[in-house]
Design a protein around this ligand. Sequence first.
Ligand code: T4K
Length: 400
Amino acid sequence: MIKPFDKPITAARPALPPLEEFRRGLEGIWDRAWLTNNGLLVEQFRDSLIEFCGTKNLSLFVNGTLALQIALQGMGITGDVITTPYTFVATTHALFWNKIRPVFVDIEPEYYSLDPAQVEAAITPWTSAILAVHVYGQPCRLMELEQIARKHGLKLLYDAAHAFGVKVDGTSIAQFGDLSMFSFHATKVFHSIEGGMLTFRDPEYRRLFDYLKNFGFENETEVVMPGTNAKMNEFQALMGLLLLKRMDEMIEKRRAINERYRERLALIPGIHLVSQPADTVRYNYAYMPVEVDEKELGLTRDQLYLKLREYNVLARRYFYPLVTDYACYRGLVANGNLPVARQLAACILTLPIYSDLALDDVDRICDIIQHIQSEAVRGAVVVNESQQTELEVAVPVTQS
Ligand code: T4K
């Protein structure tokens, strides 16, 4: 019997700078008594990000969801947008908040992003844009999507919430498409507590986004458009500045964790690893997804998820259910033919990964999975039925 962890090992856990550095930053904020509305630290953070991403066309926001909503509004996107059902629900919410109709198409099975052939087949005269997601930080089929977008005169937007720090052929992922949105939420590889960033090709968008995130104010007496409030504050920028310095170190730690998981999990029947990133990609190891093969493992994905909880390993099922199956979208959206996404959502499990996760703990998580698998094939795993019923009620099984 393997001992459960004393404390929960969560799927994500925020990186934190040394407290003393944050305290020193707070003293500066106190001295200036300037907390938000484009303060000194937000400006400094923006400058550092310009250098990091290699583009001046960059705007900061209070969170990624509002950044994406503002992007869609500012770019004047209307009608239909082709997008993925395999994502966090905020991607779709941003479309609905702009009264845009999402047209869901299936994903490709290698890196789980939009399948370019399906995108092209779904284009109609009402299509105005493609909104693709770099799921788990793995780049989408960038060149193919770009070609399709140019050929049909569509805008190409990326929800790059997971992809900060990723490079393709040495170029920051922030420089692809017409626009990318990054989330700096606490659970991400890099964060500013909450936070969001847009990077874009057209420099004109900068002014527009500045208006939209600050009530549309031109000056004290002039409001030029009905904006909202989506400004990043000084505390967020302080956290971001302190963590940006540690980006290489944080990615390196994640790389080692990912490598250890891959070595160990490759030996466990029923646990299938996601494809390695292409050689041209500098990956950020944002998540640790695995596909659970019920027959080989002897347990369903949900049974494994519940068993792991008994050991205090709080894996998550990102992204189950599909967005199209949430109560607020069921029946509202054309559900489409989504076999790859549906199959994936049914078997995906994301294991704990964060830069401070000890390699010994990774080993122990793998030992636990190995142990659960051996017991399952012996028929010795008892799944607590009340827990399972609870799970099924909370999350309805998706229809095929
Ligand atoms: N597009 C995509 C593709 C996204 O994935 C997201 C966000 C967005 C857009 C929107 O960006 P933001 O508006 O959030 O900037 C979490 C995050 O809240 C969310 O940002 C993220 N995606 C999503 C994938 O995950 P939840 O509801 O699953 O979070 P929660 O509270 O269950 O936390 C996850 C794990 O992290 C838990 O095991 C606990 C741990 N945790 C969490 C927090 C907040 C900590 O250890 N410390 C913490 O401070 O959504």
